[in-house]
Design a protein around this ligand. Sequence first.
Ligand code: CMC
Length: 427
Amino acid sequence: MSDTLTVTDNRTGKSYELPINDGAIRAMDLRQIKTSEEDFGLLSYDPAYKNTASCQSRITYIDGEKGILRYRGYPIEQLAEEASYLEVAQLLLNGELPSPAENAVFVDQVTRHTFVHENLKKLMEGFRYDANPMSMLISSVAALSTFYPEAGDVDDAALRKDQVIRLIAKIPTLAAYAYRHTQGLPIVYPTNDLSYSGNFLSMIFRMSERDYKPNPILERAFDVLFILHADHEQNCSASAMRSVGSSRVDPYSSLAAAAAALYGPLHGGANAAVLYMLEKIGDVKNVPKFLEGVKRKEERLMGFGHRVYRNYDPRAKIIKELAHQVFEITGRNPKLEIAMELERIALEEDYFVERKLYPNVDFYSGLIYQAMRFPTDFFPVLFAIGRTVGWLAQWEEMLLDKEQNIARPRQLYLGADTRDYVPMSKR
Ligand code: CMC
């Protein structure tokens, strides 16, 4: 038995033997299948890339049928239980867990790059009071590239590392600036003697305290949330990061594109969409009626379903547990009852069972964010902070992959054939 695929073209009667490697054939191997010398060759057609691997990767493994997620081989459950976010960041970027000495250097570097140029503060001030914070984040990340023109040299490993550190360090600062602006509050500068998550909480919540001390449970909760959101292989935003980065533009511009992809309600915007949905349902007693609307396809059950998972999203399990810990501090979010009832009924109903629709990462995270008093339109920003490291790891892997080139899909042209221009007066 050989690892090949024999294809017979019934248009010509010719057979071709295509190698199979790692469970895939190469789309370029289809090109030799032609009906004549002039024929361009066979293409594969895959709208929304439902069955196309766009790269080889060694970063994140998902088994969607079994509900397994691993970063560089380590189960997400173990990382969420034991590791810090910056440790996971190094794991994703470098492939291995850091030694204590390596970790100390990395934490120090990230901590020393948390400040942003004062002009970025002015940029933020230019937004309206009700500007969407995700749009503010996207714009300000893109603007960062103007401060680091050397970042355009993406072939220089040392320069790449500088930008990676800067982006991981500055994203929480930009996010917090956006939050404080929309709340009409003065910005809080980073505090370098706090942890990554502790500093973020300080930049968000600090008022007049001289010595702000983040609540340790909320601080840990954020580290866990950032870990859970850190990477998820070739999703819409990671693909945007790779695709835009493949033009060899600087990483700030690529990351702004990735964040824009994340913003949509079918991706990272789903955590906010879940809250809007729970508000619309309003009460546990309205859950069955809402689910009837979902089955009639008049509604979509936000926070449910996933392109890859056909099982419970392992991140959702951890977040559900975490929610109970956070509610001990913040008080229970009254919408939890509605969410749990939605989950209970949905997991029993044929519509959801047949389609293997389960809660995903966004189903419970919004309840935690709301209990912490974050406005709903800020939730995708919180997702983006955690995901930044994943985008950067995917970007660098793409750049170092000799097989990669500028991303440029093919199309099947079905439009008009050649025709002559008709002057305006004759139309
Ligand atoms: N509610 C109701 N029906 C659904 C849902 C849902 N949330 N998700 C999928 N379906 C149905 C869909 O209508 C289709 O039914 P049918 O076979 O009768 O046409 C079937 O399930 C297959 O769905 P699909 O749209 O082909 O699946 P997909 O892999 O293209 O979509 C998804 C994945 C995440 C876009 C989709 O499940 C969805 O819209 N979910 C709600 C939004 C959401 O929670 N997104 C967050 C995803 S996880 C985190 C992240 O990526 O940011």
